[in-house]
Write a protein that binds this ligand. Structure first.
Ligand code: C2O
Ligand code: CU
Ligand code: CU
Length: 511
């Protein structure tokens, strides 16, 4: 609360005002953040495929993992095959189930025809392992030069090339949280994630383990994303250059972002999960390129939120609906004990239309013992008493029209090596995000708390420590960002992956 008072004081001092935003809010009609692609094949039946649970990564020796990025065939739409690009050839990739403070080294070997960069989203990671977009791994024997053209940011001095494989070092000096990893290659993150390069990394700690929350088979990660398919089952995506080697970008019609008409959970279309009439911990991740979801349970049910992007809340919060934008996570408990055996509970997306309104279904199979409890107090970690030492504004906006248009921050296209901010290690700053459209804003390394939306209180779903925040059209969102961990180059960007590829990123340097 001290932080908040300090923040309001700062605003007064800076003479900033948000009074004009109310008028702009009238323009906000669309809740949808992209353009929908229609699949060329008949959509599969809903709730016909069991929910897959990604395999847990097995270390090659304690604290060391190896994962291979490769193409593989998967049966996503029953009766067809889809070529995916996956970590270990799976989509989602394996789940890394790790302990806080136990350093992990993950060797990523690239056997794909394109360069890759792997980022641990939400990780407090040294800069050289953060998965910077121009710090890439190239398969052995494959030459690569950054494509020339109008992308003036392709300054070769900003690139680092690793041949075949490299190690990412994750100290994980952070609390228990549901993190995820995904590709972050310069200009081509959106199509490469669309093809499957994403997975979970769950950080556990003693505090979280000691809570009597649902565990084991009742602790389930749910990676929710949308895709579209060609007639033969391959992924459909409007790349200008399907080889992903030369020209970045998507057809002009998809400038706002690409949405698909098939909703996948853990890589399966509209799956079902058989559950006991008991409590379940669901780790919700929106891994879509552009689609926002407003999740609800029907015919009834609530989400008791226990954690946010960066881990446990101080106390649980109950939501009827959860709006989740790309990159965000919500750790929730859903209680199925009030449902009779044989009943069904569907998780729907009230922002979706047609089949995309459905997400997945829970089938309650039987009554069962349940010793889990949602404690009134969750995380006991003391709230840091911090005051912002600076206020910075980042304006997320489209610049230019049509094919020449791009998405910019403070009017600038991304240029590696030109930081927009240089916060000091172990300080906090107020960052104000303003926008012309839906922009889920993500900050690497540093976690933050949402202080205000349009000068008013944050949304109920903004609680806790976050690393990604849903910024809506003509909205002003103030966050208090804490810079801890490492000095060096990091980035903030829009997590609408098409916007990200169209230059809506910026460096910041922790000094
Ligand atoms: Cu999840 Cu820089 O991204
Ligand atoms: Cu990140
Ligand atoms: Cu954006």
């Amino acid at each position: 609360m001290i932080a908040r008072r300090g923040f309001l004081g700062l605003l007064g001092g800076a003479g900033l005002t948000v009074a004009g935003c109310g008028a702009l809010a009238g323009k906000v009609a669309r809740e949808v953040a992209g353009e929908s692609l229609t699949s060329a094949l008949p959509l599969p039946a809903r709730f016909a495929v069991p929910l897959p649970i990604p395999a847990t990564a097995v270390p090659v020796r304690p604290g060391r993992f190896e994962v291979v990025q490769r193409a593989a065939k998967a049966e996503i739409i029953p009766g067809t095959t889809t070529e995916i690009w996956g970590y270990d050839g799976t989509f989602p990739g394996p789940t890394f189930d790790l302990r806080a403070g136990g350093p992990a080294v993950i060797r990523v070997r690239n056997e794909l025809p394109v360069p890759t960069s792997t980022h641990l989203h939400g990780g407090v990671t040294p800069p050289e392992s953060d998965g910077y977009p121009t710090d890439v791994v190239i398969a052995r024997g494959r030459g690569f030069r950054p494509p020339p053209g109008d992308h003036s940011h392709h300054d070769l001095r900003q690139w680092t090339f690793h041949e075949a494989a490299r190690d990412y070092v994750y100290p994980l000096e952070q609390g228990a949280a549901t993190l995820w990893y995904h590709d972050h290659r310069m200009d081509f993150t959106a199509p490469q994630v669309w093809r499957g390069l994403a997975g979970f990394l769950v950080v556990r700690d003693d505090e979280d383990d000691a809570l009597p929350l649902p565990k084991g088979e009742r602790d389930i990660p749910l990676m929710i994303c949308d895709r579209a398919f060609e007639e033969d089952g391959s992924f459909r995506y409007p790349s200008l250059d399907p080889t992903l080697l030369l020209r970045p970008g998507v057809d002009d019609a998809f400038m706002e972002g690409v949405e698909g008409d098939v909703i996948l959970v853990n890589g399966a279309p509209w799956p079902f999960l058989e559950v006991d009439a008991a409590r379940y911990r669901l780790r919700l991740l929106n891994a879509s390129n552009a689609r926002r979801f407003r999740l609800r349970l029907t015919p009834g049910g609530r989400f008791v939120q226990i954690g946010s992007d960066q881990g446990l809340l101080p106390a649980p919060l109950t939501h009827e609906a959860i709006t989740i934008s790309p990159g965000e996570r919500f750790d929730v408990v859903v209680d199925f004990s009030g449902h009779r055996a044989g009943s069904e509970v569907t998780m729907v997306n009230t922002l979706g239309t047609g089949a995309a309104r459905d997400v997945m279904r829970f089938r309650v199979r039987r009554r069962a013992a349940d010793d889990s409890v949602i404690p009134k107090r969750l995380s006991r970690a003391a709230e840091p008493v911090t005051t912002a030492v600076a206020t910075r504004v980042f304006d997320f906006r489209r610049t230019g029209q049509g094919g020449g248009g791009s998405w910019t921050i403070n009017g600038r296209r991304f240029r590696p090596g030109r930081p927009l901010a240089t916060p000091r290690l172990n300080t906090s700053e107020v960052w104000r995000f303003t926008s012309d459209f839906h922009h889920p804003v993500h900050v690497h390394l540093a976690r933050f708390r949402v202080l205000a939306r349009n000068g008013g209180p944050p949304a109920a779903t903004d609680a806790g420590w976050k690393d990604t925040v849903d910024v809506r059209p003509y909205e002003v969102v103030d966050v208090l960002v804490r810079f801890e961990g490492y000095r060096g180059r990091y980035m903030l960007h829009c997590h609408n992956l098409e916007h990200e590829d169209m230059a809506m990123m910026a460096d910041f340097e922790v000094v």
